[in-house]
Write a protein that binds this ligand. Structure first.
Ligand SMILES: [Mg+2]
Length: 187
């Protein structure tokens, strides 16, 4: 199977650094848990352009970004037996170098680092499985005839409804088992 693993929110806890930077700039007291919807920053009066600018600035400080889970490199290594693992991300061109440095620093092994313009562009790459935290990507994956989704549980995707071919993972530990399930269903 060809497996697309997302970077922000699935491997990298970039929103922690993002919250710190937003709080410094906007005088807010945002925490990750407050981000309970995909565009929830709008509720706190943060314009979209600032959202992405601050996310880029967070990546420029890539050494400050923790992984979503400890020993993330060895957890990702456990899915290598299921096929080809690519990192597929909407990271900006400007932060690509930082993102690759971060991935290498975390000792995450992968085949290709694939940058797309936006999350919508992921679906046309026709991966067998998308491991992602983006709520809006999941309906596209569900409708795509051969693709499956593993939605990595985050505060901002808890309201995603149950959909065909979309499985939910509370942690990386569950992902090998879910891939096994998908592999069986595809054969
Ligand atoms: Mg993401």
């Amino acid at each position: 199977m060809r497996i697309a693993v997302d970077l922000d929110g699935v491997l990298a806890e970039s929103m922690i650094v993002w919250c710190e930077k937003v709080n410094r700039e906007f005088g807010t007291t945002l925490k990750m848990a407050d981000l309970d919807g995909w565009s929830s920053w709008t509720k706190f009066g943060i314009p979209k352009d600032d959202f992405y600018r601050i996310l880029d600035e967070s990546w420029e400080d890539w050494k400050q970004i923790p992984p979503t889970e400890s020993r993330i490199g060895s957890k990702v290594a456990r899915i290598e037996g299921f096929g080809e693992v690519d990192i597929v991300t909407g990271r900006s061109k400007r932060t690509e170098g930082s993102a690759i440095s971060w991935v290498e620093h975390q000792k995450i092994r992968y085949r290709h680092f694939v940058r797309v313009a936006g999350w919508r562009d992921k679906i046309v790459l026709d991966y067998d499985v998308y491991v992602d935290d983006a709520p809006d990507l999941m309906p596209l994956v569900s409708r795509s005839p051969l693709s499956w989704g593993i939605l990595y549980d985050r505060p901002w995707n808890r309201s995603v409804p149950v959909m065909p071919k979309i499985l939910r993972a509370e942690s990386w530990k569950q992902i090998p088992g879910l891939l096994r399930q998908i592999q069986k269903a595809k054969n």
